[in-house]
Design a protein around this ligand. Structure first.
Ligand code: CO
Length: 208
């Protein structure tokens, strides 16, 4: 077997053994059901693993990741995850978490071509254009960081504008959507002060 793969499988065995040792029966209990309280929508970047950076165990967070944590109503992949998480698992919170140093956001800002992902990043290119006047006042590095934050807020808005979320609120199910950004340089999550728990919150925050 390939060495890297063999090492990876060995790490898995060691990890499973240590989890079971700390908490006997952990996997058996988890096999029966999952009841996570959170849905995480984040970037695919290898430096931003949802469970590890929040200290959550398997079973505690439902996860969807894509390049630059984009939420589109037309993306059947993301929308299936969201619908399943809120109607079947009934998560209480959805976290949209971007990160500083996001290559997807940077590519959208610099208008550099990165292949097929160019199309995927078009909502962020449009976001940059809408905020160009503000962003051009900043040093390039600060502008990139600000665009990472603006992208999170825009994806929260996009998510909260979908029918699937609107229907949940109409039914009176409690669900809050939060905007976070993670620092790859210090390992810390910053709450962007955006929490939407109803259609009227969207209006209050100026996101409707
Ligand atoms: Co990224």
């Amino acid at each position: 077997m390939n060495e890297e793969i063999a090492a990876l499988l060995q790490k898995n065995k060691d990890w499973a053994a240590s989890v079971e040792e700390n908490d006997p029966g952990f996997f058996q209990r988890l096999a029966e059901q999952q009841k996570p309280r959170f849905l995480w929508i984040g970037c695919s970047d290898s430096r931003v693993p949802a469970n590890q950076i929040t200290g959550l165990m398997p079973g505690e967070v439902f996860v969807h990741r894509n390049v630059a944590n984009v939420v589109l109503q037309t993306d059947i992949n993301c929308m299936s995850v969201v619908e399943f998480a809120i109607t079947r698992i009934k998560v209480r919170h959805i976290i949209v978490c971007g990160h500083y140093g996001c290559a997807g956001v940077k590519a959208a800002m610099d208008n550099t071509t990165v292949g097929i992902v160019d199309t995927w990043l078009s909502p962020i290119r449009a976001l940059y254009q809408r905020n160009k006047a503000e962003l051009e006042q900043l040093a390039p590095e600060d502008a990139a960081r600000r665009l990472c934050e603006l992208n999170v807020i825009d994806q929260v808005r996009s998510l909260c504008s979908t029918n699937v979320i609107g229907d949940v609120w109409d039914r009176g199910q409690e669900l809050d959507v939060h905007g976070f950004v993670y620092g790859v340089e210090d390992g810390l999550i910053k709450h962007l002060g955006v929490t939407v728990g109803s259609a009227s919150d969207l209006a209050v925050l100026g996101l409707a």
